[in-house]
Design a protein around this ligand. Structure first.
Ligand code: GDP
Ligand code: ZN
Length: 355
Protein backbone atom coordinates (compact mmCIF):
# COMPACT_ATOMS: atom_id res chain seq x y z
CA UNK A 1 0.00 0.00 0.00
CA UNK A 2 1.18 3.55 -0.66
CA UNK A 3 0.33 6.67 1.33
CA UNK A 4 -1.69 7.83 -1.69
CA UNK A 5 -3.81 4.68 -1.39
CA UNK A 6 -4.56 5.83 2.14
CA UNK A 7 -5.56 9.25 0.84
CA UNK A 8 -2.40 11.26 1.57
CA UNK A 9 -2.78 14.73 0.03
CA UNK A 10 0.23 16.31 -1.68
CA UNK A 11 -0.25 19.56 0.26
CA UNK A 12 0.84 17.89 3.46
CA UNK A 13 4.21 17.04 2.00
CA UNK A 14 5.18 20.70 1.94
CA UNK A 15 3.80 21.26 5.44
CA UNK A 16 5.83 18.32 6.69
CA UNK A 17 9.06 19.79 5.37
CA UNK A 18 8.29 23.34 6.46
CA UNK A 19 7.60 22.20 10.00
CA UNK A 20 10.79 20.17 10.24
CA UNK A 21 8.87 16.92 10.43
CA UNK A 22 10.61 15.32 7.47
CA UNK A 23 12.60 12.93 9.64
CA UNK A 24 9.42 11.39 11.04
CA UNK A 25 7.32 8.71 9.44
CA UNK A 26 3.85 9.54 8.12
CA UNK A 27 0.76 7.54 8.90
CA UNK A 28 -2.99 7.77 9.13
CA UNK A 29 -4.98 7.08 12.30
CA UNK A 30 -7.30 4.18 11.50
CA UNK A 31 -8.76 3.67 14.96
CA UNK A 32 -8.65 5.12 18.44
CA UNK A 33 -9.34 3.59 21.78
CA UNK A 34 -8.61 5.40 25.05
CA UNK A 35 -5.70 7.39 23.67
CA UNK A 36 -4.17 4.35 21.97
CA UNK A 37 -4.08 4.76 18.22
CA UNK A 38 -3.74 2.33 15.40
CA UNK A 39 -1.67 4.13 12.76
CA UNK A 40 -1.32 2.82 9.24
CA UNK A 41 1.75 3.78 7.22
CA UNK A 42 2.67 2.78 3.67
CA UNK A 43 4.10 -0.53 4.77
CA UNK A 44 3.23 -1.06 8.38
CA UNK A 45 0.67 -0.71 11.12
CA UNK A 46 1.57 0.70 14.51
CA UNK A 47 0.14 0.62 17.95
CA UNK A 48 0.82 4.24 18.80
CA UNK A 49 0.61 6.69 21.65
CA UNK A 50 1.13 10.43 21.80
CA UNK A 51 4.43 11.77 23.15
CA UNK A 52 4.29 13.07 26.71
CA UNK A 53 4.81 16.61 25.56
CA UNK A 54 1.64 16.45 23.55
CA UNK A 55 -0.59 16.37 26.59
CA UNK A 56 0.98 19.55 27.96
CA UNK A 57 0.94 21.53 24.74
CA UNK A 58 -2.57 20.42 23.76
CA UNK A 59 -4.92 23.25 24.61
CA UNK A 60 -8.07 21.32 24.06
CA UNK A 61 -9.47 17.90 23.36
CA UNK A 62 -9.59 18.70 19.64
CA UNK A 63 -5.78 18.88 19.50
CA UNK A 64 -5.55 15.13 20.14
CA UNK A 65 -5.40 12.73 17.20
CA UNK A 66 -8.67 11.42 15.76
CA UNK A 67 -9.58 8.77 13.23
CA UNK A 68 -8.69 10.04 9.76
CA UNK A 69 -5.81 12.23 10.95
CA UNK A 70 -2.40 12.28 9.34
CA UNK A 71 0.29 12.08 11.99
CA UNK A 72 4.08 12.31 12.28
CA UNK A 73 5.35 9.22 14.04
CA UNK A 74 8.59 7.69 15.25
CA UNK A 75 8.94 3.95 15.60
CA UNK A 76 10.51 2.84 18.89
CA UNK A 77 9.91 -0.88 18.71
CA UNK A 78 8.54 -3.34 16.22
CA UNK A 79 5.01 -2.12 15.43
CA UNK A 80 5.12 0.46 18.20
CA UNK A 81 5.36 4.17 17.63
CA UNK A 82 4.99 7.57 19.22
CA UNK A 83 2.89 10.29 17.65
CA UNK A 84 4.76 13.59 17.58
CA UNK A 85 2.37 15.80 15.64
CA UNK A 86 -1.04 15.91 14.03
CA UNK A 87 -1.08 17.45 10.56
CA UNK A 88 -3.61 20.17 9.70
CA UNK A 89 -7.06 18.78 8.99
CA UNK A 90 -8.93 19.39 5.77
CA UNK A 91 -12.33 18.68 7.28
CA UNK A 92 -13.67 17.78 10.72
CA UNK A 93 -16.87 15.99 11.58
CA UNK A 94 -17.85 16.77 15.13
CA UNK A 95 -20.81 16.54 17.41
CA UNK A 96 -22.03 18.02 20.63
CA UNK A 97 -20.72 16.15 23.64
CA UNK A 98 -23.57 14.32 25.33
CA UNK A 99 -24.58 16.02 28.55
CA UNK A 100 -22.27 18.95 27.95
CA UNK A 101 -24.11 21.71 26.16
CA UNK A 102 -21.93 23.76 23.89
CA UNK A 103 -19.00 21.35 23.93
CA UNK A 104 -17.82 19.52 20.84
CA UNK A 105 -16.20 16.20 20.19
CA UNK A 106 -14.31 15.24 17.05
CA UNK A 107 -15.70 12.14 15.36
CA UNK A 108 -13.40 11.88 12.36
CA UNK A 109 -11.24 14.09 10.16
CA UNK A 110 -10.12 14.53 6.56
CA UNK A 111 -13.33 13.23 5.04
CA UNK A 112 -14.02 14.32 1.46
CA UNK A 113 -17.51 12.92 0.87
CA UNK A 114 -20.41 11.79 3.02
CA UNK A 115 -23.06 9.35 1.92
CA UNK A 116 -26.30 10.45 3.52
CA UNK A 117 -28.08 7.13 3.67
CA UNK A 118 -31.83 6.87 3.97
CA UNK A 119 -34.12 3.91 3.45
CA UNK A 120 -37.12 4.43 1.20
CA UNK A 121 -39.52 2.79 3.62
CA UNK A 122 -40.51 4.19 7.00
CA UNK A 123 -37.22 5.97 7.55
CA UNK A 124 -37.72 8.32 4.62
CA UNK A 125 -37.75 11.91 5.90
CA UNK A 126 -36.59 14.97 3.99
CA UNK A 127 -36.30 17.15 7.08
CA UNK A 128 -33.77 14.70 8.45
CA UNK A 129 -31.99 14.69 5.11
CA UNK A 130 -31.62 18.47 5.30
CA UNK A 131 -30.16 18.10 8.76
CA UNK A 132 -27.48 15.67 7.65
CA UNK A 133 -26.85 17.97 4.73
CA UNK A 134 -26.27 20.79 7.17
CA UNK A 135 -23.75 18.65 9.07
CA UNK A 136 -21.90 18.20 5.77
CA UNK A 137 -22.06 21.88 4.94
CA UNK A 138 -20.79 22.77 8.39
CA UNK A 139 -17.85 20.39 8.06
CA UNK A 140 -16.93 21.17 4.46
CA UNK A 141 -17.69 17.58 3.48
CA UNK A 142 -19.32 17.02 0.10
CA UNK A 143 -22.72 15.32 0.43
CA UNK A 144 -24.29 12.58 -1.71
CA UNK A 145 -27.72 11.18 -1.01
CA UNK A 146 -28.20 7.42 -1.08
CA UNK A 147 -31.67 5.94 -1.13
CA UNK A 148 -31.48 2.37 0.08
CA UNK A 149 -33.88 -0.58 0.22
CA UNK A 150 -35.33 0.28 -3.16
CA UNK A 151 -36.35 -3.39 -3.43
CA UNK A 152 -39.17 -2.60 -1.03
CA UNK A 153 -41.03 -0.14 -3.27
CA UNK A 154 -42.24 -0.10 -6.86
CA UNK A 155 -40.27 1.81 -9.49
CA UNK A 156 -42.80 4.64 -9.86
CA UNK A 157 -42.73 5.27 -6.11
CA UNK A 158 -38.94 5.58 -6.25
CA UNK A 159 -39.19 8.03 -9.14
CA UNK A 160 -41.64 10.09 -7.10
CA UNK A 161 -39.35 10.12 -4.04
CA UNK A 162 -36.37 11.23 -6.09
CA UNK A 163 -38.40 14.04 -7.63
CA UNK A 164 -39.55 15.13 -4.16
CA UNK A 165 -35.97 15.27 -2.94
CA UNK A 166 -34.74 17.17 -5.98
CA UNK A 167 -37.47 19.76 -5.72
CA UNK A 168 -36.29 20.63 -2.24
CA UNK A 169 -32.61 19.76 -2.20
CA UNK A 170 -30.79 21.17 -5.19
CA UNK A 171 -27.37 20.22 -6.52
CA UNK A 172 -26.86 17.14 -4.39
CA UNK A 173 -26.58 13.90 -6.36
CA UNK A 174 -29.14 11.25 -5.46
CA UNK A 175 -28.36 7.57 -5.96
CA UNK A 176 -30.73 4.66 -5.49
CA UNK A 177 -29.48 1.30 -4.30
CA UNK A 178 -30.57 -1.97 -2.78
CA UNK A 179 -28.32 -4.07 -0.60
CA UNK A 180 -30.77 -6.87 -1.14
CA UNK A 181 -30.77 -7.06 -4.97
CA UNK A 182 -27.44 -5.18 -5.26
CA UNK A 183 -29.07 -2.77 -7.71
CA UNK A 184 -26.97 0.38 -8.04
CA UNK A 185 -24.06 -0.91 -5.95
CA UNK A 186 -21.64 -1.28 -8.84
CA UNK A 187 -22.56 2.14 -10.11
CA UNK A 188 -21.91 3.57 -6.67
CA UNK A 189 -18.50 1.90 -6.61
CA UNK A 190 -17.54 3.42 -9.95
CA UNK A 191 -18.57 6.86 -8.65
CA UNK A 192 -16.18 6.60 -5.71
CA UNK A 193 -12.86 8.31 -6.30
CA UNK A 194 -9.52 6.69 -5.62
CA UNK A 195 -7.73 8.11 -2.60
CA UNK A 196 -10.80 10.08 -1.44
CA UNK A 197 -12.27 9.48 1.98
CA UNK A 198 -15.96 8.77 2.53
CA UNK A 199 -18.22 8.29 5.52
CA UNK A 200 -21.75 7.03 6.04
CA UNK A 201 -24.32 9.19 7.78
CA UNK A 202 -27.85 8.10 8.59
CA UNK A 203 -30.10 6.70 11.28
CA UNK A 204 -29.70 3.26 12.64
CA UNK A 205 -31.35 0.56 10.54
CA UNK A 206 -31.08 2.27 7.15
CA UNK A 207 -28.50 -0.24 5.95
CA UNK A 208 -25.11 1.40 6.53
CA UNK A 209 -23.31 -1.74 7.76
CA UNK A 210 -24.75 -3.83 4.96
CA UNK A 211 -23.63 -1.19 2.46
CA UNK A 212 -20.14 -1.10 3.93
CA UNK A 213 -19.92 -4.87 3.50
CA UNK A 214 -21.21 -4.67 -0.04
CA UNK A 215 -18.76 -1.93 -0.95
CA UNK A 216 -15.84 -3.83 0.43
CA UNK A 217 -16.81 -7.42 -0.16
CA UNK A 218 -14.43 -10.02 1.12
CA UNK A 219 -11.56 -7.79 0.08
CA UNK A 220 -12.10 -5.74 3.20
CA UNK A 221 -10.47 -8.36 5.37
CA UNK A 222 -7.58 -8.83 2.96
CA UNK A 223 -6.72 -5.15 2.70
CA UNK A 224 -7.24 -4.08 6.23
CA UNK A 225 -6.28 -6.83 8.58
CA UNK A 226 -2.65 -7.59 9.13
CA UNK A 227 -1.55 -11.15 9.41
CA UNK A 228 -1.39 -12.35 12.99
CA UNK A 229 2.03 -13.88 12.56
CA UNK A 230 3.73 -10.53 12.06
CA UNK A 231 1.90 -8.89 14.92
CA UNK A 232 1.62 -11.73 17.39
CA UNK A 233 -1.61 -10.29 18.71
CA UNK A 234 0.21 -7.46 20.43
CA UNK A 235 -2.18 -4.81 19.25
CA UNK A 236 -4.25 -3.22 21.93
CA UNK A 237 -6.66 -2.05 19.31
CA UNK A 238 -7.52 -4.59 16.67
CA UNK A 239 -10.66 -3.15 15.21
CA UNK A 240 -10.33 -0.79 12.30
CA UNK A 241 -12.47 2.18 11.54
CA UNK A 242 -10.91 3.21 8.23
CA UNK A 243 -11.11 0.86 5.27
CA UNK A 244 -9.40 0.99 1.92
CA UNK A 245 -11.95 -0.38 -0.54
CA UNK A 246 -11.14 -2.28 -3.71
CA UNK A 247 -12.65 0.52 -5.81
CA UNK A 248 -9.90 2.77 -4.43
CA UNK A 249 -12.13 4.82 -2.14
CA UNK A 250 -11.51 4.96 1.59
CA UNK A 251 -14.34 4.58 4.04
CA UNK A 252 -14.42 5.73 7.65
CA UNK A 253 -16.99 4.15 9.91
CA UNK A 254 -16.51 4.82 13.61
CA UNK A 255 -18.98 4.18 16.43
CA UNK A 256 -19.01 7.96 16.93
CA UNK A 257 -20.03 8.50 13.34
CA UNK A 258 -23.10 6.42 14.01
CA UNK A 259 -24.06 8.80 16.77
CA UNK A 260 -23.72 12.00 14.79
CA UNK A 261 -27.29 12.89 15.28
CA UNK A 262 -29.59 15.25 13.59
CA UNK A 263 -29.27 17.46 16.67
CA UNK A 264 -25.72 18.27 15.63
CA UNK A 265 -26.79 20.09 12.52
CA UNK A 266 -27.29 23.37 14.27
CA UNK A 267 -24.71 25.34 12.30
CA UNK A 268 -23.95 25.85 8.63
CA UNK A 269 -27.55 26.48 7.66
CA UNK A 270 -26.75 29.03 5.00
CA UNK A 271 -25.58 26.52 2.42
CA UNK A 272 -28.39 24.09 3.01
CA UNK A 273 -31.10 26.71 2.77
CA UNK A 274 -29.41 28.98 0.25
CA UNK A 275 -32.61 30.25 -1.36
CA UNK A 276 -34.27 31.09 1.95
CA UNK A 277 -31.19 32.78 3.38
CA UNK A 278 -30.76 34.84 0.23
CA UNK A 279 -34.35 36.06 0.41
CA UNK A 280 -33.99 36.73 4.13
CA UNK A 281 -31.01 38.95 3.40
CA UNK A 282 -33.00 40.92 0.85
CA UNK A 283 -35.93 41.27 3.22
CA UNK A 284 -36.80 44.94 3.55
CA UNK A 285 -37.37 44.68 7.28
CA UNK A 286 -34.42 44.92 9.61
CA UNK A 287 -34.65 42.35 12.45
CA UNK A 288 -37.35 40.45 10.60
CA UNK A 289 -38.07 37.00 11.96
CA UNK A 290 -39.53 36.06 8.55
CA UNK A 291 -42.51 34.40 10.17
CA UNK A 292 -45.61 36.56 10.17
CA UNK A 293 -44.43 39.97 8.99
CA UNK A 294 -46.58 41.32 6.19
CA UNK A 295 -44.39 42.31 3.24
CA UNK A 296 -41.56 39.96 4.26
CA UNK A 297 -39.80 38.55 1.19
CA UNK A 298 -39.44 35.07 2.68
CA UNK A 299 -43.08 34.79 3.74
CA UNK A 300 -44.12 35.96 0.26
CA UNK A 301 -41.92 33.33 -1.41
CA UNK A 302 -43.45 30.60 0.72
CA UNK A 303 -46.93 31.87 -0.11
CA UNK A 304 -46.37 31.89 -3.82
CA UNK A 305 -44.77 28.44 -3.71
CA UNK A 306 -41.28 29.55 -4.67
CA UNK A 307 -40.03 28.09 -1.43
CA UNK A 308 -41.27 24.78 -0.09
CA UNK A 309 -43.41 25.25 3.03
CA UNK A 310 -41.94 22.30 4.95
CA UNK A 311 -38.39 23.16 3.99
CA UNK A 312 -39.04 26.63 5.35
CA UNK A 313 -40.44 25.28 8.62
CA UNK A 314 -37.44 22.98 8.94
CA UNK A 315 -35.17 25.97 8.42
CA UNK A 316 -36.89 28.03 11.13
CA UNK A 317 -36.64 25.17 13.58
CA UNK A 318 -32.95 24.60 12.92
CA UNK A 319 -32.22 28.31 13.04
CA UNK A 320 -33.74 28.47 16.55
CA UNK A 321 -31.58 25.51 17.59
CA UNK A 322 -28.50 27.22 16.24
CA UNK A 323 -29.25 30.34 18.26
CA UNK A 324 -29.73 28.21 21.34
CA UNK A 325 -26.48 26.36 20.72
CA UNK A 326 -24.58 29.59 20.21
CA UNK A 327 -25.89 31.12 23.39
CA UNK A 328 -24.95 28.06 25.44
CA UNK A 329 -21.48 28.04 23.86
CA UNK A 330 -21.05 31.72 24.70
CA UNK A 331 -22.21 31.03 28.25
CA UNK A 332 -19.73 28.21 28.61
CA UNK A 333 -16.87 30.35 27.33
CA UNK A 334 -17.77 33.04 29.82
CA UNK A 335 -17.84 30.53 32.68
CA UNK A 336 -14.47 29.11 31.61
CA UNK A 337 -13.01 32.59 31.56
CA UNK A 338 -14.39 33.40 34.99
CA UNK A 339 -13.04 30.15 36.32
CA UNK A 340 -9.62 30.93 34.85
CA UNK A 341 -9.69 34.32 36.52
CA UNK A 342 -10.63 32.81 39.87
CA UNK A 343 -7.74 30.33 39.65
CA UNK A 344 -5.34 33.14 38.79
CA UNK A 345 -6.52 35.24 41.70
CA UNK A 346 -6.34 32.26 43.98
CA UNK A 347 -2.72 31.66 43.01
CA UNK A 348 -1.90 35.35 43.45
CA UNK A 349 -3.59 35.43 46.84
CA UNK A 350 -1.80 32.31 47.91
CA UNK A 351 1.52 33.89 46.97
CA UNK A 352 0.70 36.85 49.13
CA UNK A 353 -0.21 34.45 51.93
CA UNK A 354 -3.87 35.19 52.08
CA UNK A 355 -4.49 31.44 52.44
P1 GDP B 1 -27.40 0.23 9.93
O1 GDP B 1 -27.93 0.30 11.31
O2 GDP B 1 -27.62 1.50 9.19
O3 GDP B 1 -25.97 -0.21 9.86
O4 GDP B 1 -28.28 -0.86 9.14
P2 GDP B 1 -27.94 -2.38 8.81
O5 GDP B 1 -26.96 -2.48 7.70
O6 GDP B 1 -27.63 -3.10 10.06
O7 GDP B 1 -29.36 -2.86 8.23
C1 GDP B 1 -30.55 -2.86 9.00
C2 GDP B 1 -31.49 -3.91 8.46
O8 GDP B 1 -31.94 -3.57 7.14
C3 GDP B 1 -30.87 -5.30 8.35
O9 GDP B 1 -31.83 -6.24 8.73
C4 GDP B 1 -30.53 -5.41 6.88
O10 GDP B 1 -30.54 -6.74 6.43
C5 GDP B 1 -31.66 -4.62 6.25
N1 GDP B 1 -31.29 -4.05 4.95
C6 GDP B 1 -30.16 -3.37 4.64
N2 GDP B 1 -30.17 -2.99 3.36
C7 GDP B 1 -31.34 -3.45 2.82
C8 GDP B 1 -31.94 -3.38 1.51
O11 GDP B 1 -31.41 -2.80 0.56
N3 GDP B 1 -33.17 -3.94 1.36
C9 GDP B 1 -33.80 -4.57 2.38
N4 GDP B 1 -35.01 -5.10 2.12
N5 GDP B 1 -33.28 -4.66 3.61
C10 GDP B 1 -32.05 -4.12 3.83
ZN1 ZN C 1 -38.56 38.88 6.50
Amino acid sequence: MTLEDLGYPVELERYRKDKGLASFGVGRVISEHKERYLVRTADNEYDAEIIGNFRFSAKQRADFPAVGDWVAIAEYDENKALIHAVFPRKTIIERQTIGKQGEKQIIATNIDFAFIVQAVDRDFNINRMERYLTICNTSGVEPLIILNKTDLIPEHELTRLIATIQSRIKQVPVMAISNETLAGIDQLKTQMLKGKTYCLLGSSGVGKSTLLNNLSGRELMKTNSVSDSTHKGRHVTTHRELFVLTCGGILIDTPGMREVGVADAATGLEMTFKAIVRLARDCKFKDCAHTTEIGCAVVAAVENGEIDQSSYENYLKMEREREHFESTTAEKRMKDKEFGKRIKNFKKDRKSNKY
